[in-house]
Design a protein around this ligand. Sequence first.
Ligand code: CXF
Ligand code: ZN
Length: 373
Amino acid sequence: MTQSARAAICAGKGASFTLADITLDELRPDELRVRMVACGICHTDLAVRDGQLPIPLPMVLGHEGAGIVEEVGAEVTVARPGDRVVMSFNSCGHCPSCDVDAPTYCYNFFPHNWTGTRADGSPTLFCEGEPLNGNFFGQSSFATHAIAHERNVVRVPEDMANVPLDVLAPLGCGLMTGAGAVLRSMKVRAGLPIAVWGTGTVGMAAIMAAKIAGADPIIAIDIHDERLAMARELGATHTLNGREDVAAAIKALCPAGLAYAFDTTGVNRLIEGAFTLLAPKGILGLVGASDMRDELTFNEAALMGGGRTVMGILGGDSDIAGFVQELMAYYRAGRFPYDRLIGHFAFEDINAAIAASESGKVIKPVLRIAPEA
Ligand code: CXF
Ligand code: ZN
């Protein structure tokens, strides 16, 4: 059966979001329909709005959705109607990356997440009888209802029953990316130094994860002092304002160099500077969105001679369900207090939520789309 819904549509490059009535297609055997309760807003939503990624507009964006399953296709086993779920990105399940549980590097990531349709080209959404671009990250969750897939839905375990979906929603992207970069991609070891450039959602998640891993010192770098104060509360042992001589301060703190440098800014100058601060065998992890044409320059002798690694990271090497549930357990144990980053907004205030994110007032805006019960 089709389903009518209300969705926030981004009409075109730079446009603000407008609410409209849409219709969801019938479910395929591997799909689920989710009644949305909440959805986080991520910088990638805004990068698409601004035409920085090759993704068609108009589109229903939103990829940090959480809600309650209403209906499932015949082949779905991941969740049943009535289950509380969190959504993440989609993947094909049968490429060399998916074969080794590395779906963030799915060879078919594009058709499963970014073309505006299902991978077979069929539309999931309609507006006034015409196809509307959807299936963004396999969900398009800025809406009252979304079509998700067997591979991008995480069932919320029973022991998280008392944590509201408007807190759980953002786990499926930025938080998983920052925490996964530390715990999974770079595999940060206890007692070794890490520096994190940028203290948005991804950087803060990395700092909390670095504390879980026992890294020491944990150095946070940003140009906003209020963010640095929050970074300290979440696990940073030292904070540096980017307007200071950051390199000199890090050299004084870590004379042998950084075992781990993690950049969330995507700014070339900062990335290349971070590389020069690495210790032997040091790893520079990169997750920041940069200009598609950017090139980086590193000294080859330092890269090879010290056995250093420059590591591109997507989605924190998360395998989705396993890692998102691991983060839920850390949250419950008080070791991943990411709710401190969240500011809640009503669904119809989506443009105000975006403005709050862009002004830096709120680190992680989460839209409240409908009550849970
Ligand atoms: C994504 C990129 C691809 C893997 C999951 C996370 N980033 C979204 O904002
Ligand atoms: Zn995202």
